[in-house]
Design a protein around this ligand. Sequence first.
Ligand SMILES: [Zn+2]
Ligand SMILES: [Zn+2]
Length: 122
Amino acid sequence: MEKCGVCSENLSEGAHCATCEQWFHYQCAGVTKSGYQRLSKDKKLNWRCVKCKPSETAHPPNSPRPDSESDLTGTEAVLTEIRALSAKFAPLEGLKEEVLALKKEFLDFKSSMNTQFLRRRQ
Ligand SMILES: [Zn+2]
Ligand SMILES: [Zn+2]
């Protein structure tokens, strides 16, 4: 006769945990008899008790944050514009240098923005 892994009472039928290999009364395992029996054969074979079941409430720490990337979309567009300008004025040496200086300034600005974002996220 099997014993329940929770209350140690004898049991004639119940849910079997695939990980700790113990048997549980349906109510001790937190499942209803009909709920457990409705599971497919495969799912019953892989059923795990509450102790062995991976927690479903824990979220991975690196879950995606949809707002973190979009913050730089605007600056990315400006950078593209500067690149286009730089190509357009390439034949005019003086202007080209001016644009390149502007570009460098902008890149510095962008990296300082990045630093700010990183600080804010911590
Ligand atoms: Zn029990
Ligand atoms: Zn278990």
